[in-house]
Write a protein that binds this ligand. Sequence first.
Ligand code: PLP
Length: 410
Amino acid sequence: MEKLAIHGGAPVKSTPFPTWPIYDEAEENALMEVLKSRQWWRTPGTRTLQFEQNFAKYHQAKHGIAVTNGTAALEVVMAALGIGLGDEVIIPDFTFVATASAVLFTGAMPALVDVLPDTYCIDPDKVEAAINERTKAIIAVHVAGHPADMDRLREIAKEHNLYLVEDSSHAHGAEWKGQKVGALGDVGTFSFQQSKLMTAGEGGMIVTNNDEVEKFVRSVHDCGRMPGEWFYAHFIYGSNYRLSEWQGAVLDQQLLRLKDQTAVRTKNAAYLNEKLSQIEGITPQKLDSRVTCHPQYCYIFHYDSGAFAGASTESFIKAINAEGIPNQASYPPVHALDVFTSGEYKKRLLPDHVEEAEAYIHAEYPNSDRGYLETVWLPQPVLLGTQEDMDKIVEAVKKIQRNAASLKDN
Ligand SMILES: Cc1ncc(COP(=O)(O)O)c(C=O)c1O
């Protein structure tokens, strides 16, 4: 009789998926060049500068400013846009903590709104409803690489005179109606952390088409300096968020791999969409028809326990891991994070903002909760596998479904 791997049966997949990060002599040579150049920091260096230009060009943006990580990128943007005490920035409740913490960092309140039930990206109607006199900006997150509804968000931002920031940490090379994300709004941020679509272990980027925004972002990321001025002249608030030459050199090579890797991931994702959507209880993340490239930082699907004999998402995830299919945890909703539920976040706000801010923490976010509790995320290296690897994923889901009753007491 068939037995699930979690109960001692043979796993569906016994060979590994591609390992990440991917590198070869190109990265090795780039690192050795930096070593020998003895220019290891950004300031007089050329590699990070070169990478900034190449990355911005790839994303159809005028400017690129490299920073230490994706969280720092958001913090620099918030400071550069002048967001501060008493302000509000509208963000999705379903995102990594950095989208919220970068707002708190400035003394502003992240105004949480729910996401759409099918793409898990910020709901534009909810954004519109959250706008008040304190609102200064909207941060859209392109969840798993799927661009948020940039048409609606741009309209809303324009009508209410708000900055539109794209947290594109998942979305290197993603496209909305043929345009790369990042500079579709006023300014966009990227992460190059280990798991991301290109990486130097850590790293971040800010892109924009706006010269004024670029000037302030660049200054904030470099201790408040201004171009052409004395090294020890500091004109505005800033800090040191500069990316090292090592990381710039590695990332410039990683960028060269992005297009081909994206093509493999999108092809495999389309295949999985077709096969998995035929399984009762499995609903892949919806692909909005205006999205012309979804680079698949993760492959997300909704899991309906009703079609799996009531086995919880947690049990399903344990079972699929045992079958040899890795997964990545979904994000807990921002409103449920300890920093908010404990009230700790209030220390960042003006006293007269606290009562209003509390409402966001206690509001209902059903789609965000559902995204946390009922979705399964396959990490991007899985999508770099072969079609046979994708078949194994489908086979594992079907096997679990056939034997789901045995999971109930697991
Ligand atoms: C949506 C989102 N925003 C921001 C970040 C922060 O990036 P980093 O980890 O490079 O600080 C991440 C990455 O983990 C992310 O997933």
